[in-house]
Design a protein around this ligand. Structure first.
Ligand SMILES: Nc1c(NC[C@H](O)[C@H](O)[C@H](O)CO)[nH]c(=O)[nH]c1=O
Ligand SMILES: CC(=O)[C@@H](O)COP(=O)(O)O
Length: 171
């Protein structure tokens, strides 16, 4: 299969990124992956003009806890977007399926039930190798994609309320 770097993106040139406030929730399970996702997201956000002091990072034990923590941040409504970062790697039992389903539903709920765009940056892989490839390996870094998505969703929301400038991805 051809190597595809899923993280290639064109700089967004966002005018008002300096005012964006972003929360990042990172699970510690498989931290050799989740920390790479976190660091890539932080790099892109700051590269695009979000001040470091406007980004708050929170830790939870595992991906299952991302739902609770992300929902709490969304309910506080102090962030323009929340990025939820985790890595679930299949084991011997159906536990993988339950954790992945729960966290996907939980983060979906944050988007549907609150006013805060919440980005699903949770790897759900069959092998450790798949996770490594997607967190800074041959297939890019999902943390980059999550950061770009967060910025785009904040812009989407600000456009709806008539507040934002134009970043050129949606006319
Ligand atoms: N196996 C993985 C887990 N399992 C732990 C759960 O996420 C949760 O913390 C536990 O069930 C207690 O509620 N978590 C991951 O993030 N990744 C895994 O591969
Ligand atoms: C995704 C998991 O929770 C997994 O690591 C648990 O492994 P196992 O199914 O072998 O207990």
């Amino acid at each position: 299969m051809a190597t595809v770097n899923l993280s290639d993106y064109k700089p967004l040139q966002i005018d008002d990124a300096g005012s964006f406030r972003i929360g990042i929730v990172v699970s510690e399970w498989n931290d050799f992956v989740t920390h790479n996702l976190r660091d890539a997201a932080l790099q892109i956000l700051q590269q695009e003009g979000v001040p470091a002091q406007n980004i708050n990072v929170f830790k939870v034990p595992g991906a299952f806890e991302l739902s609770y923590a992300s929902m709490q941040l969304c309910k506080e409504n102090t962030f323009d977007a929340v990025i939820s970062i985790g890595c679930v790697i299949r084991g011997e039992t159906p536990h993988f399926d339950f954790v992945c389903s729960a966290v996907a539903q939980g983060i979906k709920d944050c988007n549907i039930l609150t006013d805060v765009p919440t980005i699903f940056c949770v790897l759900t892989d069959d092998t450790k190798e798949q996770s490594v490839a997607r967190s800074g390996g041959d297939l890019g870094n999902k943390g980059v994609e999550a950061a770009v998505t967060a910025l785009q969703m904040i812009d989407f929301k600000r456009k709806l309320s008539g507040k934002s400038g134009h970043i050129g991805f949606v006319s």
